[in-house]
Design a protein around this ligand. Sequence first.
Ligand SMILES: [Mn+2]
Length: 510
Amino acid sequence: MSALLKHPLQLGLYHTLVTTHLPIRHLRISASAWTIASRESSIPQRYIGQPTSYTHQHLLRDDEITPGITAQEFRGRRHNLMSGIKKSMYSDCPHHVAVILAADTKYMTDEIPYPFRQNTDFLYLCGFQEPSSALVLESIAGSPLPDHKATVFVPQRDADRELWDGPRAGIDGALSFIGVDEAHVISDLSEYLDQYASREKLVVWYDVFRNVNSHLHKDVVSNLVTPCRNKGHAVNILQQLMHSIRVIKSPAEIQLMRESCSIASQAFVDVMRFTKPNINEANLYAKMDFEVRLNGAEFLAYPPVVAGGNRANTLHYVKNNQIVLGGDMVLMDAGCEYHGYASDITRTWPVSGRYTEAQASLYQSVLDVQQECLDMCEVGTTLDQIYHRMLNGLGQKLQDLGIVPKWMNNAELIRAAKKYCPHHVGHYLGMDTHDTPQVSRSNQLQAGIVITVEPGLYLPASDNDIPQEFRGMGIRIEDDVLITDRAPEVLTAECPKEMSLIESIMGGNL
Ligand SMILES: [Mn+2]
């Protein structure tokens, strides 16, 4: 019996369909039929476990799957992926199947889940938020790529589980809401994939080395991958292609990123105003978290760094539990996630409201270098080239400040810059904070790419080579930048970074 025939819908759930007034033709919608189907009639008239325009009118329009992103855009993303596969070295093969798994729920302790975060590639392709689901994209016999069939596999509706976890979409909800061609329950995925194990001239696209969902990976997809490998079929990872698509943001995504950056920028201003000597780092963290949520973000995009004084020299300091003394600066690296899009900002300000002379000279040096780097953010340059600009600039500044000796030549200055700034100048930014890491930093920037520009200088209190007045200072200034065909757009421009502006805000004058 084929997986399709064994489908529970065909085994007796027709009754359910009738009672929910959902015509059976809606359960298998061809791609062409879907495009003419009315979106309005397709939104399930019940809560399905994630916001829809039916349950969350304040968040979504009728044509949107996730806030700001339409069903049509999601279809376009799947189309782009299949176009990429078509252009690959395996273009001659007639059969392709791509499997993208949803994340599974992670548990803190017994029955206590961490907040769920969907696998980004899965979310990007279909917008579905339920754990332990899968998306299968496959070529259609006799029809050239990028034509394809999109099928979702979702958890079965289960009254007992839904009592605890809330309603699930089920196959009817998933099919009509996501706008794919078919939907099945996830327990049918194994049998569905079996049909491919015996195929000839097949290419499998699956991220074998990523443990997105242990159960589905080990017990289900490996039953496709292993026999296919044994038969000599190509099994390719998808991530490289996924990231090359995801790195270029659509106009809708750019709008969401603008909003994410704006919310985080405003929150920084509120946190600066809230700062006073002897404040606990935890309070600054709490204030940031509070403000971004109050202004519409779902949560912070990552555990923020709130590092007073010398703790700023621990790059990933996230303990955030010390008192920041008057006279010290605080370095905060924080951003929010707004409808799936991250912002990532760092600012460093004096808790007393005034930079000391030494702090000011170090701060201005980092700010100058950041501006040089921002000026380079245009189509055709690379993150690595901006990084080299940063190293050159920081090396020069270290010498100007007297932190490294005058006799150092250029190569030695670069080494010193790397010592006092051990991280890169930036990374791609998008749905993930460190977005699309498979895209090399030596690739040329294109319009629609968002990057961070975040030079810093970290001068540990324990480093006796550093002049006394600078020891124990750590400064980073990080903005998020949209590459365009014209001048770069600094998405975090609302977040103050000029010292006079920060001092005015903290002094209550702005
Ligand atoms: Mn960053």
